[in-house]
Design a protein around this ligand. Structure first.
Ligand code: ADP
Ligand code: ZN
Length: 742
């Protein structure tokens, strides 16, 4: 008797696999999909392993095979097991990440086939055949063969019938005589024109780039012969030529007969990186993104599995692409939070999965960033990753320095009676740039016109009915919008509480900045760049393209701007408020502020102009703002890591976040208290030490869409051990290594 370990796709989700016996009639291999009895029902499952013996006293038989061929390689099964274990997720849901699209939802996407008629006669023999047919008065058959010949040997049957004006019977006769045959072929829906990009050639690396490149190149060349993967952190300021290193790393990998995966935080935000892959590897690039239809995604997946592409570019889920012969994984902008799947289980971080995948496939991994995640950087100091650095910018005109940054203390502005959105310095800098016909970028990390709306008479603040938090006024739609759930409300004429008519607007967002620009610089044209004004990838590209072509003078935007966009005409970046992410109750708020400011400042001076940035803040002494103004990553890192060590935050401890939500506030608190009590008991029972429990306490967004949220945060070394011991009841969400505490 043989036994199979099966991850079952049953509701509720199970963290372990189940043992089934294999009936002799079935050929079961690891990675194939099966149907199995589960309680009173029949469910789908994936076979994760086989064995000759079992410790389970009574096993049930596998009912049948859904896919006789394995859908997953042993390497991917191991990766899924790692994810399930590390992130405490059901095994099946971890495996499902790697299955062909459509499997999990049971809605099988059928590949499209197209039928062709193919000439089955040698070209030399064709004249003789045609003559014979004419003699036999089979002119229709002859015409079909001629039409096929004229079309290069193949045509779709329907086209033939139309061209030759013959009946289907003629084709049937030709087939039976063996003069033509019918073939069917996959038709791959091609989501993007792969040929539109002008061809580009590798650049001659600068001295700095070569120093960074050589260890990576050596690792790629050695990857076949050693079992140590090369894990690199490529730390280089914006515009220092990281993308060029990625491109050359891929070329070297292809030379070694292997392939690559490149992760980007969000496809629509990084069109320029993708374009460069297209230009360098024409026809060899697959792009996976969420806007593909299920059919397109299915096609792309099949072609990838077949080995059609040298590189697969995509967001975090692309780390699961079935790229064969993997030799290189690139994680661009590795510090980006978009790599963490926070919304649903498995709550994995694509960078961590990429590290594990590199280990399993003996691939080289390059994590690139201008502002590395403090935890990633820390791991280079522990020799877990190799640090390579690019310290200079490369621009078409050679090396240009990073922009000079002035920090404006807005408290001083207020004191001297200047209450405008723009300080005097920012205003004059804008005037100078516009005068010289150079472009300006203004950053404010809030959408809308006013961030809260209050009654002057009674102080009542207009809130969302379903969420905790003030409503934002959006002038374009003339409505109040909840930034948590996106519900919008009409603007009341009177205060809902006291019927007073003096409704006042406070705070500012992108719309206020846009309005101020129009007021102060009426002849300048302004584009707004936030998720209200720009919806979808097309829109994004349109705006980026028109600003690049200098169709506008000022771009006002949110953190969308912080991505690797390259606008050569920009000489000035104004950070209208550096303080928005600074006072959040999250241990990462300093890091977040530093990253955002560096990325946004980095948009200035990428072309022929010398760049300049003006940062406005009420906290000019704050370390993240100070270091960002000096482009001083190591200074920032030193302060940040000291603070993390002192308070025991990651990387010095692991963190897990448990959130319970319920429509009743008291139920919510009760359950959270009960759970925290159980955790304390478990810690005591197992004699675990050094685990800190923070909470239970209301989450930062205490109520969301009508449900209260209470959280418990755990910090410690032995969390994994502890978490395995506690089962979670319905309503609880567990996030291991959360990217935010909010
Ligand atoms: P990053 O990815 O670090 O932001 P890029 O690779 O996009 O930097 O490089 C910035 C600019 O410099 C691009 O326009 C790129 O074409 C150019 N560049 C990069 N490396 C070289 C080189 N070795 N020679 C000439 N130009 C280069
Ligand atoms: Zn809401």
């Amino acid at each position: 008797m043989k036994f199979a370990e099966v991850a079952v796709g049953a509701a509720g989700g199970h963290r372990h696999t189940f043992t089934y016996s294999i009936p002799p009639s079935l050929q079961v291999v690891p990675g194939c999909a099966v149907s199995v009895p589960f309680g009173p029902r029949v469910v789908r499952g994936i076979v994760t392993g086989l064995s000759d013996i079992t410790t389970v006293p009574e096993t049930r038989d596998i009912i049948g095979l859904i896919s006789p061929l394995p859908l997953l390689t042993p390497g991917r099964i191991r990766l899924a097991s790692w994810i399930a274990d590390y992130y405490m997720a059901p095994v099946f849901s971890a495996l499902a990440l790697m299955l062909p699209p459509g499997f999990e939802s049971a809605r099988q996407v059928k590949p499209k086939y197209r039928k062709y008629l193919v000439l089955n006669v040698d070209v030399e023999q064709l004249p003789a055949v045609l003559e014979q047919l004419r003699k036999a008065r089979a002119a229709g058959q002859a015409a079909v063969l001629e039409a096929l010949q004229a079309a290069g040997g193949r045509l779709e049957p329907a086209v033939v019938v139309k061209k030759v004006r013959c009946g289907r019977g003629v084709i049937t006769t030709l087939k039976s005589r063996g003069l033509v045959r019918e073939v069917s072929e996959d038709v791959f829906r091609d989501p993007i024109a792969r040929t539109e990009h002008p061809l580009e050639f590798p650049l001659q690396l600068t001295g700095g780039q070569q120093a960074a490149w050589h260890p990576i190149r050596d690792a790629i060349q050695a990857a076949g012969s050693t079992n140590v993967p090369g894990l690199f952190l490529l730390h280089g300021v914006t515009g220092s030529g990281k993308t060029e290193i990625y491109l050359q790393a891929l070329a070297e990998t292809v030379k070694q007969g292997r392939k690559g995966i490149c992760l980007v935080p969000e496809i629509s935000l990084t069109p320029q990186v993708i374009d460069r892959f297209f230009a360098r590897f024409p026809g060899r690039v697959a792009v996976l993104h969420s806007k593909l239809t299920p059919g397109e995604l299915y096609d792309e997946w099949q072609r990838i599995a077949r080995g059609d592409f040298d590189i697969v570019v995509g967001p975090r889920s692309a780390v699961f692409a079935p790229q064969p012969d993997l030799g290189l994984i690139i994680v661009d902008e590795e510090h980006e939070w978009a790599y963490k799947q926070s919304e649903k289980s498995p709550r994995y971080h694509a960078r961590e999965v990429a590290i594990e995948l590199a280990r399993l496939t003996n691939s080289v991994l390059i994590m690139g960033s201008a502002t590395p995640d403090v935890e990633t950087y820390y791991r280079t100091t522990r020799s877990e990753f190799q640090l390579v650095e690019l310290s200079e910018r490369v621009t078409p005109l050679g090396q240009t320095p990073l922009p000079e940054v002035d920090v404006v203390d807005m408290r001083q502005e207020l004191k001297s009676g200047h209450r405008g959105i723009f300080s005097r310095l920012l205003r004059s800098a804008m005037a100078e740039s516009l005068e010289r016909r150079e472009q300006v970028i203004l950053f404010i990390n809030r959408r809308g016109r006013a961030t809260f709306v209050e009654c002057r008479d009674c102080g009542y603040v207009l809130n969302c009915r379903r969420c905790s938090g003030a409503l934002t006024y959006h002038a374009t739609e003339k409505r109040l919008v909840c930034h948590h759930c996106r519900r919008s409300y009409p603007v009341p004429r009177k205060c809902p509480q006291c019927s007073g008519s003096e409704i006042k607007y406070f705070g500012m967002g992108t719309e206020s900045v846009e309005a101020e620009c129009k007021k102060l610089f009426p002849s300048a044209s302004v584009i707004r760049f936030d998720s209200d004004a720009v919806t979808g990838a097309r829109d994004f590209e349109r705006v980026v393209d028109s600003f690049r072509r200098r169709r506008a003078d000022i771009l006002v935007g949110t953190q969308m701007l912080a991505k690797g966009l390259d606008f050569p005409g920009v000489s000035l970046v104004g950070i209208v408020s550096a303080d928005t992410s600074l006072n959040l109750p999250d241990f990462r708020s300093g890091e977040r502020t530093f990253q955002l400011l560096c990325q946004v400042e980095g948009r200035a001076g990428r072309g022929v102009y010398r760049g300049r940035a003006v940062v406005q803040t009420y906290n000019p002494g704050y370390y993240a703002i100070k270091y960002a103004a000096q482009h001083d990553y190591s200074g920032f890192y030193a302060s940040e890591i000291r603070y993390r060590r002192e308070f025991g935050y990651p990387p010095f401890n692991r963190m897990a976040r448990l959130v319970f939500s319920h429509s009743s506030q008291s139920k919510c608190l009760e359950e959270a208290e009960r759970r925290a009590g159980l955790i304390r008991q478990e810690i005591a029972a197992r004699g675990l030490t050094g685990i800190k429990i923070i909470g239970p306490a209301p989450a930062y967004v205490a109520k969301l869409r009508g449900r209260y949220q209470v959280q418990v945060i755990l910090l410690g070394h032995e969390l994994h051990n502890l978490l395995h011991g506690i089962g979670l009841s319905a309503g609880w969400v567990l996030d291991v290594d959360p990217v935010g505490m909010l």
